[in-house]
Design a protein around this ligand. Structure first.
Ligand code: FES
Length: 76
């Protein structure tokens, strides 16, 4: 099943988690939708760092980026 995830996040959300030994660690939760290890960040968000403002992109299953041509305003 395929789905479209629209996100403007370029980094993970950090959570403090306690492991089985009681150690507190930071875990990154994916906010960009590109991680192959969801819900955790795997660094794939770095691919989004040079995205241009106002441009919509898609990423295929190989992580390759393409620019979309989406009409955002109706023209009369
Ligand atoms: S925030 Fe999505 S991979 Fe890091």
């Amino acid at each position: 099943m395929a789905r479209v995830i629209i996100s403007s996040a370029h980094a993970s959300h950090k959570l403090q988690v306690v492991d089985d030994e009681g150690n507190i660690r930071l875990r990154g939760i994916c906010m960009c939708g590109l991680s192959s290890n969801l819900p955790f960040c795997n660094g794939s968000h770095r691919k989004t760092e040079d995205e241009e403002e106002g441009v919509l992109y898609t990423y295929n299953e190989s992580g390759e980026r393409e620019e979309c041509s989406v009409q955002t305003e109706l023209q009369e």
